[in-house]
Write a protein that binds this ligand. Structure first.
Ligand SMILES: Cc1ncc(COP(=O)(O)O)c(C=O)c1O
Length: 287
């Protein structure tokens, strides 16, 4: 098998049917390609069970609606198809990528005549950060900031919004770090390029208020785990200076799961007890 992602064995559910992975091609006049009119999800299956399937499919439809796209499938139908895609591909541990995009029926800024299409692909994807997941990843402050809430539909997981996430990731990797520390237009701490952030400061686990970036399903799960485990947790404003006095930092996301951070710019962190406890609890919950 080549390393190109479109050249793999497998089956994708697309526009209501199962098709061979390599047959799932789009026309060059695809609205989503030109104008970023797509929404997607990243979901994981563990031991044959999809984690938070309903929450992800609800967010997918919410994101589509935020871009004026209505689809003919219900949350339950999408959940069933996600399970079916994994079964068709003989996967019990998988990463799933549902996507809705505007197609090639129309061109132009008025997107409404370009119809929404739906697909779900799934493949095996191990640890997002590879070995770094155990010893921790490094983050560096990057150039592109999150805009104010009135500027983009930030609660939607929308393809177009990821342009700056990619640029921030490129900058971080080019500088020799694993990922980006992304700030908002006010200079407040937000997240990394693809995961939310938590920091243990003065014995309290703090996470930025998700008022201009994605309120991750894993973030919400970890906040609940903290409550279950009696770990003090607070959603609050964090500025980069606050992170200099943190004793532990980690990021959370469906792909990243709970990944410790070992360095932000010039500040280094240990992989501490709170991080390990939450990593363990998250693994237990997902499995
Ligand atoms: C930019 C960004 N923030 C946060 C997250 C975490 O979201 P979730 O926990 O829902 O996967 C993701 C992952 O999808 C992301 O891409």
């Amino acid at each position: 098998m080549s390393t190109y992602f479109d050249d793999r064995d497998g089956t994708i559910w697309i526009d209501g049917e199962f098709k061979d992975w390599r047959e799932c091609k789009l026309h060059v006049i695809t609205h989503g390609l030109h104008y970023g009119s797509s929404v997607f999800e990243g979901i994981r299956m563990y031991n044959g069970k999809i984690f938070k399937n309903r929450e992800h499919m609800e967010r997918l439809i919410f994101s589509a609606n935020a871009l004026d796209m209505n689809i003919d499938y219900s949350v339950d139908q999408l959940m069933d198809m996600a399970q079916a895609v994994c079964e068709k591909n003989n996967l019990t541990d998988a990463y799933l990528r549902p996507i809705i995009w505007r197609g090639s029926e129309a061109m132009g800024v008025d997107a409404r005549a370009a119809l929404p299409h739906v697909a779900i692909a799934a493949w095996y994807w191990g640890s997002y950060f590879g070995d770094a997941a155990e010893k921790g990843i490094s983050l560096v402050t990057v150039k592109w900031r999150k805009p104010p809430p009135g500027c983009v539909p930030f609660e939607a997981k929308c393809g177009g919004i990821y342009v700056t996430n990619s640029l921030n990731k490129h900058e971080a990797v080019d500088k020799g770090y694993n990922d980006a520390l992304v700030l908002d237009w006010r200079g407040q701490v937000c997240e990394s390029s693809g995961a939310n952030l938590f920091a243990l400061i003065d014995g309290v686990l703090k996470t930025p208020i998700a008022d201009c970036f994605l309120n991750g399903i894993t973030r919400q799960t970890v906040i609940q785990l903290c409550k279950d485990l009696d770990i003090a947790v607070e959603e609050c404003v964090l500025i980069p200076k606050d992170l200099e006095k943190a004793t532990e930092v980690f990021v959370t996301g469906t792909a990243a799961e709970v990944t410790p951070v070992s360095r932000i710019n010039d500040t280094v962190y240990k992989v501490g007890e709170v991080t390990k406890k939450l990593q363990e609890a998250y693994t237990k919950l997902t499995h």
